[in-house]
Design a protein around this ligand. Sequence first.
Ligand code: HPA
Length: 328
Amino acid sequence: MAKIGICYPKFSLRCLEVLFFLFIQYFLQWIKLIEPLIFISILTCSYLHLQAKEYRSKMIEKINEAVIYLRSQYPEKPVAGIVLGSGLGSFTSAMTIEKEVLYSDIPHFPVSTVEGHVGKLVFGSIAGNKVVAMSGRFHGYEGYAASEVVFPIRVMKFLGIRSLFISNAAGAVNPTYKVGDLMVITDHISQFVPNPLIGANDPQLGPRFPDMSEPYNRNMIREAFNIAGKASIYLHEGVYVAVTGPTFETKAEYNMIRVLGADVVGMSTVQEVIAAVHMGITCFAVSVVTDLAIIEPGHNITHEDVLKAASDAEPRLTHIFSELIAGL
Ligand code: HPA
């Protein structure tokens, strides 16, 4: 008896083999077609990876070069850094000055272009504690990238600072504030300026996603109020919002800033604080109210008004900063 049935499995096995062979052929051809694409993607990924790595190591390299130069000029290790805002540069008279280095002499340092900013690092001591003060700082509105604005903060960290004291001139949107008042910054709003940590993160500086729940040190704020109380200095505490400038705000913008929950507005500080907190530095910052957002018609804010109000407030600010530093 003929066994026809057994032909079927053989036939389908053959079919499967052919199909499989055709599929492999097709697959290989397809791979051949996209081979250049795969190759290009691998190349692009490696290039981007190398770029990010190079950017990171270049940043550390630049910081190290600046640090090596500064150590050759002043070998002591500062424990605190101070950033002096517009019109607040004469804080350095409270220091025993040991060395001054012009920004223009420091490798990779930007150079300040604003009137009222001297542009030098001042090394010395306050009550025996070694400090380094930035007389003049960098702003985004001068055309600097956020990474350039915070470069000196990174250099100061690599020089050894553990605490950072920042001052700035700011416009008040809190209607209870007056020109010349001091406000201890308890928090900030950074969303109008570029974050200095955007881009490849170097773990040698800090974590990819740093915590920002308490950028300004609570203990230092409490101590500042104690110091101010003993010296009969009136202090506000409040929220600082950073804007790019260089224009002062329109009335509608001042209103918006108040609605957002801020007390003062300024063109600095926040990027520096973000970079400092990223590196684990303890921050303390004070705004000097140099103008009021709620202005009478016909009164315009000028940079000269800002400088004048800042220098009037300077002795009070100097007292608080130097007492805090003395207690470090
Ligand atoms: N707005 C922004 N920045 C400022 C101001 C202001 O009113 N005053 C001083 N810096």
